[in-house]
Design a protein. Structure first.
Length: 221
């Protein structure tokens, strides 16, 4: 669900002035060509990463700055977070990021050409800890199948969470999707955090509280 929230004056300016540059207005029923989003800024086809739920965008901007030859598509439903990322892109002079405000399941289900992504990232989604709310968790068998459809063979699906029960839920669903994905750490194993995933403010706070972070990295068969 799209979440509005209160914008700062800078974020309001970002939507007025920067959204036309970095924003992507996608609607259900349309097919998005990820490569075409970067055609004006990339001399040749770029590996494309989709990050679902980028929060305030700091880690996404950091990854984009470290890999200028890659294209990054960030998806977030919280408007202030989008505004914050737009300002970061301007401040850091980044041109390899595009931003969407839409439902991830709708985009993955019908909005992308099959095999058009090289990487999908889902970091610290809402764990919905109460059992009666588990159906609201984004990681479900149908979602995993949609990610697999959007990824090219050999593409990577990288998840991270600081909720151990949710990590176990993710692991079970991904292991059950063995026909689609191979666990890069070995069957039933969590992965070490790769250096290209920056520590987020949210993650550092969780570590101070003693939360263990679990990374899951799967390769599309």
């Amino acid at each position: 669900m799209l979440r509005e929230g209160r914008l700062t004056a800078g974020q309001e300016r970002a939507f007025r002035e920067l959204w036309p540059r970095f924003g992507v207005d996608w609607a259900p029923g349309e097919t998005l060509d990820p490569q075409a989003l970067f055609a004006a800024d990339q001399a040749s086809p770029a590996p494309i990463t989709l990050e679902i739920g980028f929060g305030n965008g700091e880690s996404l901007a950091s990854m984009a700055a470290a890999a200028p030859e890659h294209g990054f598509i960030g998806l977030e439903v919280h408007r202030p977070g989008v505004g914050h990322l737009l300002l970061l892109l301007e401040q850091q002079g980044l041109s390899n990021v595009r931003v969407l405000r839409t439902d991830a399941t709708a985009l993955l289900g019908t909005g992308l050409r099959p095999g058009s992504l090289d990487r999908v990232q889902l970091f610290f989604p809402d764990p919905w800890p109460k059992k009666r709310h588990h159906k609201r968790r984004i990681v479900q068998p149908s979602f995993v199948a949609a990610v697999a459809q959007a990824l090219r063979p050999g593409g990577i699906f990288h998840l991270a969470t600081d909720s151990t029960p949710y990590a176990e839920w993710m692991l079970t669903i991904l292991e059950d999707a063995n026909a689609l994905f191979e666990n890069c750490a070995g069957p039933g194993q969590f992965s070490a955090r790769p250096p290209q995933r920056p520590l987020t403010k949210f993650e550092r706070r969780g570590q101070r509280l003693g939360h263990q972070v679990h990374d899951l990295i799967y390769r599309r068969r």
